[in-house]
Write a protein that binds this ligand. Structure first.
Ligand code: HEM
Ligand SMILES: *[C@@H]1O[C@H](CO)[C@@H](O)[C@H](O)[C@H]1NC(C)=O
Ligand SMILES: *[C@@H]1O[C@H](CO)[C@@H](O)[C@H](O)[C@H]1NC(C)=O
Ligand SMILES: *[C@@H]1O[C@H](CO)[C@@H](O)[C@H](O)[C@H]1NC(C)=O
Length: 519
């Protein structure tokens, strides 16, 4: 007779044996076995999934590089590298890598998720005209009108008290910048507005965005992606609700936009480009309805909280650095004769202190802080001198790259002067220094899969901050978002803006109050 104990032993060993064998393989014969890294990370992707879930991944990667060096085996099949050479080898032009299979969580037939290079090129060709310089010039007036509304709202005093000193009540900038950028993106991509700045009706959607971005980040590290929808429902129900919610929202955006298009076929926007494009070979619509929906959802999210976080970070640091604030204020206020002269162009580009402040804020608080995994093509690829076998993943932690002390002395200090040519030093050497810094600076990524909307986003950042400086004074009104003692490894520096590294970064605050400048 077979006893209970025998059954237990047989069951356990049939489960455990393959796990033990796989673990031994991963630690010995696996092509990544020679790279150092946390033991748990060598054995299972669940470790990375844990850090994606709690939002500390940028710090965890930083700590790993400090402990293990330039190359870290972060997951059984994935290494992260921290060097400008490695970064270029992974993300630069003409490299033998493609987006990793984990991008399937975005859908495999939309601009962010497409793996296949030929399919990607086709879709990029459709989207690109929506973000060209001439398209950006067409987007600009809409952007400026929305920024005007933003300035009206943030300088309002929402309290009941009688006006006393002209200052607004403190505003949570993560919230208000999200309203701004979401309204801009909805107008520019879909010729619709959800009016987050002027109405509270749609404020709930920002929670959906945040949750979907968190879910996406965890799934990017998920060990078995085969049934990721099911896995998400089972293991992450507190996040999984956001997927149907985003789907519903995207469908409503699309149906409104289709209705508008029927009434007025002359509407020109980015949605129009990708929803009506035809395949040159077949004459059929180039994007199936599902692809249109996925791209819709992706644009809503990629275009809103990324830019919002970058603007919030700029407010955070400028409000805490009075010398920098004074320089930017002086520069912007003397550059333009009137508000209506603040337009994209050479004068705005010459506001180097403003641009340096934005660069430095993007350096300290980049928005895509999980490794953007890439997979080696057939034949493998070379990353900073290392041969990577076909199918294995490589990536870089942008937070670590942005804090390399070799490129950025005193890396945790926000210092816009590091981007400015020091006139007391040799000009050529200074230019060389800044060029060297730029090699370790990639907030929008680089190469073929860099942000398609980089110039659009930079225009939004520059126009928003220039308008704010021109029309308002602002100051810090609380510690929200700062590091503090006891907040955990890497989160204790007071002058540093904290964030959660979900698939994109999530911040809290800063609290800022505003006052209209005397005309
Ligand atoms: C400061 C603001 C922004 C930052 C820092 C940023 C950063 C990035 C980064 C790092 C990537 C590469 C992602 C990857 O490799 O998986 C990316 C891709 C992308 N971004 Fe942005 N982004 C910003 C704003 C925007 C805006 C405003 C839009 C749309 C209106 C947008 C749309 C996209 C799209 C569609 C992609 C995929 C491009 C492709 O694979 O061809 N982004 N962005
Ligand atoms: C605005 O509200 C704050 C309280 O949050 C108050 O101290 C300030 O005096 C008010 N300013 C105006 C112009 O009403
Ligand atoms: C500030 O806004 C963010 C983003 O909506 C939110 O998560 C946070 O709770 C807000 N914080 C405060 C103190 O209001
Ligand atoms: C900002 O960063 C870019 C690199 O992305 C660099 O080329 C540019 O010189 C920097 N500008 C300023 C003013 O810091």
């Amino acid at each position: 007779m077979v006893g209970f104990q025998e059954i237990l032993v047989a069951t356990l060993s049939s489960i455990l044996a393959p796990i033990i064998l796989l673990s031994i393989y991963r630690l010995t014969l696996h092509p990544y076995a020679k790279y150092p890294g946390p033991l748990l990370g060598k054995l299972t992707s669940l470790r990375a999934a844990y850090y994606a879930h709690n939002g500390d991944m940028h710090l965890d990667i930083e700590r790993c590089h400090q402990k293990y060096g330039k190359f870290v085996r972060y997951r059984p099949n994935a290494i992260v590298v921290n060097s400008p050479e490695g970064y270029q080898d992974i993300y630069g032009t003409g490299k033998k890598v493609k987006k990793a299979k984990s991008y399937k969580v975005h859908g495999i037939t939309n601009l962010i998720g497409i793996q296949d290079k030929k399919d990607y090129a086709k879709q990029k060709k459709i989207m690109q005209p929506g973000f060209s310089d001439s398209a950006n010039r067409e987007h600009e007036p809409t952007m400026i009108r929305t920024i005007d509304t933003f300035i009206e709202k943030i300088s309002e005093n929402e309290t009941q008290e009688k006006a006393t000193d002209g200052w607004s009540n403190p505003k949570n900038m993560t919230l208000w910048c999200n309203y701004l950028t979401t309204d801009v993106v909805s107008k520019v991509i879909f010729t619709t507005s959800w009016d987050l700045l002027t109405s509270t009706a749609n404020h709930g959607i920002t929670e959906t965005f945040k949750t979907i971005v968190r879910l996406t980040g965890v799934l990017h590290q998920w060990p078995t992606l085969r049934n990721y929808e099911l896995s998400a429902l089972l293991f992450l129900p507190h996040l999984a609700w956001s997927a149907p919610s985003l789907k519903k929202f995207s469908l409503s955006v699309m149906s409104r936009r289709y209705d508008m298009g029927e009434k007025d076929p002359s509407i020109k926007d980015v949605f129009g480009l990708f929803s009506t494009a035809r395949d040159p070979d077949t004459g059929e619509l180039a994007l199936a309805p599902l692809d249109v929906r996925r791209n819709t959802g992706n644009f809503i999210i990629a275009g809103s909280d990324t830019t919002a976080s970058s603007i919030s970070a700029s407010f955070f640091y400028l409000a805490r650095n009075p010398t920098a604030y004074a320089k930017v204020a002086q520069e912007v206020r003397s550059a333009f004769p009137s508000v209506s002269d603040i337009r994209a162009g050479p004068t705005l580009n010459n506001c180097v202190y403003l641009r340096a402040a934005i660069n430095e804020s993007l350096r300290m608080a980049p928005v895509a802080t999980q490794p953007l995994w890439r997979e080696a093509d057939p034949g493998g690829c070379i990353v900073d001198g290392q041969q990577i076998s076909e199918g294995l993943n490589v990536g870089a932690g942008i937070f670590s790259l942005h804090h390399r002390p070799e490129a950025f002395p005193d890396p945790y200090k926000w210092d816009l002067e590091r981007w400015i040519v020091d006139p007391s030093k040799d000009e050529e050497a200074e230019k060389e220094r800044i060029k060297e810094m730029s090699r370790s600076f990639a907030p929008f990524s680089v190469g073929p899969r860099q942000c398609i909307a980089k110039n659009f986003a930079l225009m939004e950042l520059m126009l928003t901050m220039a308008n704010v400086f021109y029309q308002l004074d602002f100051e810090s009104a609380g510690k929200l978002g700062e590091g503090k003692k006891g907040a955990g490894w890497g989160r204790e520096r007071e002058g540093e803006f904290q964030f959660k590294s979900y698939f994109t970064s999530y911040m809290d605050g800063p609290m800022i109050r505003f006052k209209k400048r005397e005309a």
